[in-house]
Design a binder for this molecule. Structure first.
Ligand code: HEC
Ligand code: HEC
Length: 345
């Protein structure tokens, strides 16, 4: 009798750590901890000079026609790398069609934008500068602006040594990409995957188990817990037009294939607790509501309130440490710097 009891106690004591390791093994098959160094990007060797230049450009509102909007206006690094608005407000106070996703860890996405229409960050950066509702500028005007300031010319020359015309729209995009590649945010989930048992709460671990068992990780996987693969929003049950506006057909606009109607990139979920409101429409402010909608629309599942709380606790364990960033002092304008134009064209 006594022996059996002791045996049972020993077995259950052993079961704890064994289970924890099992969960970690399963997690490591599905996700990946963040790299400990700056990830490499295609055709754009990252150097300290490029990162510094890219940081200045990221914060420089003079890349916009009005002189009002910088990348940081809609991707505020103090508030999770987004703008916390339903949809972004840009040039001439116009509201854009979509919610601003975070730039944190964006380098790890397979492609950029909610519909994946830009292959990488360098291609992406050229979009907002020219978008009428965002920065409303032209490549020629950006080059004229940058060339008018000797400090920028020096920085571009240092960042792109040996090039005949270092100050160019393309190099601007490369430098921004290099800066964005530094924006990776190690989180408690990474510490736990790397072996620190105490880094995640019991609720977060229960949430991780649910996230994998229920099938969220079929779409949201890999190092960025998403950011790869395209799926219909409403795979099982289409959400109402209040959340999934009929006008935005997602990837259909990119591929013009009927199968891609209302298809979007599986959103990357790192720092998701910081980046409300949710979905490309920005219609949902509460993370637990977003989780409930996902469970219903993508999996046909109804989570209990406790399960929802646990999944949210797991998602909170993806909130990482933003790298320390000193605000750059930008080059001063000269007599030949194009003047801001705030007119809506
Ligand atoms: C007026 C607001 C606004 C400005 C200014 C702006 N963005 Fe964005 N950004 C957005 C919105 C909205 C999206 C999503 C658009 C879409 O998916 O169609 C986006 C998407 C992105 C993405 C893709 C992230 C992902 O997960 O796919 C990156 C990276 C990014 N912007 C970087 C930049 C950079 C760099 C600049 C400056 C050159 C910039 N943005 C300027 C609003 C803005
Ligand atoms: C079949 C693929 C699929 C499954 C399964 C899935 N998702 Fe998603 N998820 C997506 C797509 C696609 C989006 C982008 C939706 C949009 O366009 O707004 C998304 C968006 C989200 C968002 C909002 C992201 C943001 O930045 O606003 C959250 C949160 C989320 N998913 C959590 C979950 C959870 C939790 C589960 C499991 C209960 C889950 N997802 C299951 C594909 C999926």
């Amino acid at each position: 009798m006594r022996h059996t009891l002791v045996l049972a106690l020993v077995t259950s004591a052993l079961a704890g750590p064994v289970l924890a390791d099992d969960l970690r093994d399963l997690a490591l098959e599905t996700f990946k901890p963040l790299p400990s160094t700056i990830p490499a990007v295609k055709d754009n060797p990252i150097t300290a000079e490029k990162i510094e230049l890219g940081k200045a450009l990221f914060f420089d509102p003079r890349l916009s026609a009005s002189g009002v909007f910088s990348c940081a206006s809609c991707h505020n690094l103090s508030t999770g790398g987004d703008d916390n608005m339903e949809t972004s407000v840009g040039h001439g106070w116009q509201a854009g069609p979509r919610n601003s996703p975070t730039v944190l860890n964006a380098v790890l996405n397979e492609a950029q934008f909610w519909d994946g229409r830009a292959a990488d960050l360098a291609a992406q950066a050229k979009g907002p500068i020219q978008a009428g509702v965002e920065m409303a500028n032209t490549p020629a005007q950006v080059e004229a602006t940058l060339t008018s300031m000797p400090q920028y010319v020096t920085w571009f020359t240092d960042a792109f040594p040996g090039e005949a015309a270092p100050v160019s729209f393309d190099n601007m995009a490369r430098a921004i990409e290099a800066f964005e590649a530094t924006l990776i945010t190690p989180a408690p989930f990474d510490a736990w995957m790397n072996g620190d048992d105490a880094a995640m709460t019991e609720d977060a671990k229960a949430g991780l188990t649910l996230f994998m068992d229920k099938g969220c990780s079929a779409c949201h996987a890999g190092v960025n817990v998403g950011g790869h693969g395209y799926y219909p929003f409403g795979l099982i049950e289409k959400p109402g037009s209040d959340i999934l506006p009929v006008g935005d057909k997602g990837r259909f606009a990119v591929t013009e294939t009927a199968d891609d109607e209302y298809v979007f990139r599986a959103a990357p979920l790192r720092n998701i607790a910081l980046t409300a409101p949710y979905f490309h429409s920005g219609k949902v402010w509460d993370l637990s509501v977003a989780v409930t909608i996902m469970a219903e629309s993508q999996l046909g599942e109804e989570l209990t309130p406790e399960e929802t709380t646990q999944v949210v606790a797991f998602l909170e364990s993806l909130t990482g440490t933003v790298p320390q960033i000193t605000v750059p002092v930008l080059p001063v304008e000269t007599a030949s710097t194009p003047r801001p134009d705030s007119m809506v064209k």
